[in-house]
Design a protein around this ligand. Structure first.
Ligand SMILES: [Zn+2]
Length: 90
């Protein structure tokens, strides 16, 4: 469904009228109506901005969940450093 709108008038009070030529014009100012695009450019920009904020958050969540399910083996390294420290102190 293609919707038409007048770029000059308030969308609340717009109504369509057919001119003598047969094309749709604005009922208030008489300008030719413009086709409303399915996805506007500012919608795409907003989507990119929102995803740039949300994607790192989602990635962090996935990383945290992955670490909780399969935690990295840090105990060995911790013991190794402890051994070195204890050897140096003794
Ligand atoms: Zn108009």
């Amino acid at each position: 469904m293609v919707r038409y709108y007048c770029p000059y008038c308030n969308p609340k009070y717009q109504f369509q009228r057919q001119s003598s030529k047969g094309n749709l014009i604005c009922g208030l100012c008489g300008e030719d109506l413009v086709k409303k695009p399915f996805i506007r450019l500012n919608q795409i920009i907003a989507l990119v901005a929102a995803s740039s904020l949300l994607l790192p958050l989602i990635y962090t969540f996935i990383f945290i969940i992955k670490n909780q399910i399969n935690p990295p083996n840090k105990n060995y390294q911790a013991n190794g450093t402890l051994m070195i420290i204890s050897k140096e102190t003794i």
